[in-house]
Ligand binder design. Sequence first.
Ligand SMILES: Cc1ncc(COP(=O)(O)O)c(C=O)c1O
Length: 419
Amino acid sequence: MKTSQYIALEELYGAHNYHPLDVVIRRAKGVWVYDVEGKKYLDCLSAYSALNQGHCHPKILKALVKQGKRVTLTSRAFRNDQLPALYKALHDLTGYDMSLPMNSGAEAVETAIKAARKWAYHVKGVPKHLAEIICCSGNFHGRTTTIVGFSTEEQYREGFGPFTPGFRIVKYGSIEDLRKNISSNTAAFLVEPIQGEAGIVIPPEGYLHEAARLCKENNVLLIADEIQTGLGRTGRLFACDWEDVRPDVMIVGKALGGGVPIAAVCGKTDVMSVLNPVGHTIMSGTYTGHLTAVMGAIACQTELAKPGFYGHLNGLADRLYAGITEALRVTGVPGIVQGIGARFGLYLGVTAPVTNYRQAVRTNREMEVKFILGCVRRGLYLHDYGHTMHHGFSSQHTEADIDQSLHIIEDALRELKTK
Ligand SMILES: Cc1ncc(COP(=O)(O)O)c(C=O)c1O
């Protein structure tokens, strides 16, 4: 079948909930993806950071195939011989006492919310049904009804109400606003160390550190959503590490499975132990702890522990950052590159750093679409994420791959100028 036939079939029988690029991928290996027409693309999206280790990483693949032949699912009704190894791997990797695997990032966020509320009632002593969770303007934590209920992006909420109460919004990056909104009923502060869907919005230096101090002072749990930024994406294990902050609860996902769906909530014993079988079996679904996902996560942990892993990522990030900045300069296209480590993006059409997500709302959507299509036409798979152009290289990329992507980026920028 041709590309157009696959697309027609999908459009006919699939719900139209997304707007993908019209490239139909058949296979992938390392940093390359191949479409059904045999065209090859350098993948610089990495499935929005879910493939930090690249496509079909040999170790991860080997673990998946081996496990797939042995047993794939036991449900949580039985124990199995791999889940303990995952718990141990997550403990060794993150340093957190305990963890709980989930199938998706959104489910893991839901689990953290449940844990925080239960902790508030059972440990902190908040009166029944009064627990509050503080979230930030511009947040993105997934797409369940509870989560979109506290989104500040109207388009994510429209048509899905009524929403779950118990959430309070503060301005992202403002310690003052956080301080004003903490009360004796506050269970937790849920925050992305770098906002993603809002654009790559980096809070002022010291924000996380100060937020952690405030939380501690007020007996409020600090929950970091590092589904996007964690597991090496910013050049450290966690983005919070850049400010030496250790949240009470850490949510990881995406790259955890290296291409298989798994996420996890990691935390200290006093929080995690409120999740007992009476209440939490409801959240623990049939597929949580799926064994191939578990094996993917264990293999991912081994990858992250490899010497030189972060040095390699940071080296590539510096090269890319400098290269895109130079490409903007030589082509004269207005734009800003911002981010930390390998977690950064390109804003087209702006000339000053973006510090507020409202400011990040697309200034030049038409220009961005042209740029993305220009890159894709030239064999570079790049997409936008929230309000920026996301460059998500993986640890399998080399300096030569980064240079090739830069070459295409410069060409695509030049084309914007000539049209
Ligand atoms: C910061 C953050 N939190 C949560 C999620 C939701 O994860 P999932 O898509 O696996 O449900 C995402 C996904 O993009 C994310 O970037």
